[in-house]
Design a protein around this ligand. Sequence first.
Ligand code: AMP
Ligand code: ZN
Length: 114
Amino acid sequence: MAEECIFCKIGRRKIPGDLIYSDDQAFVIRDISPKAPIHLLVLPFEHVTYLESFTQDREALLGHMMLVAREMARREGLTESGYRLVINQGSDSGQEVPHLHLHVLGGRDLGSMG
Ligand code: AMP
Ligand code: ZN
């Protein structure tokens, strides 16, 4: 049976989400609890849980997610001011939803990660 996590459901439009972009591989939503003025999530439609489960033949999907993030940053006007891309992995990172997603954060000074 296909996975039905919350992000799968948003991607399949079974539950509402602020879906602002989609193509044949990935979609983008606005984070429901934004940590910056612009906070987007880039997600594959495919239910991939962790980077660990990615096989070598799927590396193009990761590259695609990065290019979608760049395009969304352009659309949101972040290219000049800058932005941060984050992928949380596992409990120490605070990852809440086990469906791989790339955070795009910007619109304020995010500071250094030290
Ligand atoms: P992470 O901690 O990396 O797993 O990030 C999960 C992110 O998903 C958090 O920033 C949440 O605010 C966000 N989130 C959880 N549920 C939803 C939802 N229904 N729509 C949009 N963003 C969500
Ligand atoms: Zn999922």
